[in-house]
Write a protein that binds this ligand. Structure first.
Ligand code: GLC
Ligand code: CA
Length: 561
């Protein structure tokens, strides 16, 4: 495998709207990101992904772009963006923007023109079909945000257009070479500005199985998950390789794909030495227990499931390339609330458990990708009423749960577990009003626990979650361990042992053993050899006697064996 500059880095995702507001309008902005670059440098971050800041009606919080060449005024100006790229580079941080090209906004000029003249040039930029009231729609796919993927084309009673996501996110027609050309030109325009690369949104969806056809319904609504279509779609890699040749490869840009539903044999084509992307996220843990029926039937993830999914991903990527390891992002619940046993965060071992989960994920082979606030252990937020929820996916799932017969309170339970708002509450900088995020009223209410959980409080505490993350990042950069931590092979240790997640990282001349006691009960773990050094430990003590590690609740350690 070829070595790349980014392999040894630690990456970080910012959700700009909720990171830091500098002008008091309650919306985080680019100046806020610039202001916090020193913080990110201090943390040891080398790659910084910004969720979208392009011009947008924010129907899906910026994943609905109305102008790819402009910064939304709520986030700042193009000068701010240029300054951010420059200032980040001075600190050896590469800026990665979100590339959202499966769809644009219905307020994009292309779509407006398509509505004016569906048979003209811009009509062919989208999927527009003839349809009359009373007839079946061109197909029965269910949009990711609920309801059919077809909506009436504004101004035309006899046409519908395709949107796999929200109706304000019309899908771009990638079969049209003119569309692809527009996209490549735009990508290069940004790369010329000095971006390090892109995170590539929802990209598997660009290839549709055509002609449109129905799939078996998987809910009472008679619709079928888009997954069923994606399973049959062939040829996405032709598009992706063309895009890569025309753009990323010319710049040696860093690219990370948001890829769900890839076919196993295709992994090398995505992230191998000649793959279309540098890397992609490992979502094997994210999708555990998900199903077409919705959030209200989704079971909690167990330690055993988590471990098995991580190990399976490590195995499949081993000879191929690097995956990005995450416990959360802007679409997922907070990792500590989602993967740790219920009640753990608020209990006596909360901090230890947060460190353990972070450590187990961070030490896997691949590129660790932190999400803003993960480094201080931000947790899910509790909302009482659906009106308090912004996330369009959560609002849809609330309706799905009610339709399935749940009470409003029960439906709110599932919303609270999975709502994307969990990740989108403002960053908790300090204990002052609004968590130091804004002097105005935040666009989304802060998590009320910010007076206990905030960066300022954790900085001064050597045992804080934050200082533990700093130690993890430092370990990755430490010349004594770097080679093994970045490139060492992963091999499970005692994989059958319940509520233990342990694995070796084996380098040429060094072996590290990573151990996490994934439970509140203590556990004796036999060690496979002598411990030469303790590289990291999440608790004040580590008890080893006669070759046995006596692990405390949620103890985590990295041992050189
Ligand atoms: C991706 C984004 C998500 C967005 C969707 C549509 O999954 O991460 O936030 O809603 O694509 O663009
Ligand atoms: Ca602002």
């Amino acid at each position: 495998m070829e070595r790349k500059w980014w392999h040894g880095e630690t990456a970080y995702q910012i959700y700009p709207k909720s990171f830091r507001d500098t002008n008091g309008d309650g919306i985080g902005d680019l100046r806020g990101v610039i202001q916090k670059l020193d913080y990110l440098q201090e943390l040891g971050i080398g790659v910084l992904w910004l969720s979208p800041v392009y011009a947008s009606p924010l129907a899906d919080q910026g994943y609905d772009i109305s102008d790819y060449y402009r910064i939304d005024p709520r986030f700042g100006t193009m000068d701010d963006m240029d300054e951010l790229i420059r200032e980040a580079k001075r600190r050896n941080i590469g800026i990665v923007m979100d590339l959202v090209v499966n769809h644009c906004s219905d307020e994009h000029e292309w779509f407006r023109k398509a509505c004016q003249d569906p048979d003209g040039k811009y009509g062919r930029y989208f999927y527009i079909e003839k349809w009359t009231e009373g007839e079946p729609l061109p197909c029965n796919w269910r949009s990711y945000f609920g309801g059919p993927v077809w909506s009436k084309l504004p101004g035309h009673d006899d046409r519908v257009y395709l949107h796999l996501f929200h109706r304000k996110q019309p899908d771009l027609n990638w079969e049209n070479p003119e569309v692809r050309r527009e996209i490549y030109t735009m990508i290069n325009w940004w790369l010329d500005k000095g971006l390090a690369g892109f995170r590539i949104d929802a990209i598997i969806n660009i290839k549709k199985a055509l002609p449109f056809q129905n799939y078996p319904a998987d809910r009472d609504d008679g619709l079928s998950s888009v997954d069923n279509m994606l399973f049959e779609a062939e040829g996405v890699l032709d598009f992706l390789n063309e895009m890569s040749d025309e753009t990323f490869r010319k710049y040696d840009a860093f690219t990370v794909g948001e890829v769900f539903n890839e076919k196993p044999e295709e992994l090398p084509l995505f992230i191998g030495d000649r793959g279309c992307f540098s890397t992609m996220f490992d979502f094997a843990e994210t999708v555990l227990n998900q199903g077409p029926e919705g959030w209200h039937v989704q079971k909690p993830v167990t330690a055993e499931q988590y471990k098995a999914a991580c190990f399976a991903s490590q195995r499949k990527a081993r000879d191929v390339g690097f995956l990005c390891n995450i416990i959360e992002n802007h679409d997922e619940p907070r990792g500590v609330s989602h993967y740790l046993p219920a009640g753990t965060c608020a209990g006596p071992y909360g901090a230890a458990a947060k460190k353990m989960l972070g450590g187990l994920n961070f030490m896997l082979r691949g590129l660790p990708f932190l999400y803003q606030g993960q480094e201080i252990g931000i947790e899910n937020v509790r909302r009482e009423r659906i009106e308090e929820v912004d996330d369009i996916a959560a609002r849809d799932q609330y309706r799905v749960a009610l339709a399935a017969g749940l009470s409003p309170a029960e439906a709110m339970e599932s919303v609270n577990r999975f709502s994307r708002d969990n990740a989108r509450t403002p960053f908790q900088w300090d204990a002052s009003d609004n968590a130091g995020f804004s002097v105005g009223e935040p666009w989304l209410a802060v998590n009320p626990n910010y007076r206990e959980i905030n960066l300022a409080a954790q900085r001064g505490n050597p045992d804080s979650v934050w200082n533990f993350y700093r130690a993890l990042i430092a370990l990755r950069r430490n010349p004594d361990y770097r080679e093994t931590v970045v490139y060492g092979e992963t091999a499970p240790y005692l994989p059958e042992r319940k509520n233990l997640m342990a694995y070796f990282r084996r380098g040429e001349s060094q072996t590290l053993l990573v151990i996490g006691n994934f439970q509140a009960a203590e556990q004796d773990i036999p060690l496979p050899g002598n411990v030469r050094r303790v590289a990291l430990n999440n608790l004040p003590e580590l008890s080893i006697a006669s070759g046995v590690l006596h692990a405390q609740a949620f103890q985590f350690a990295v041992l050189e064996i």
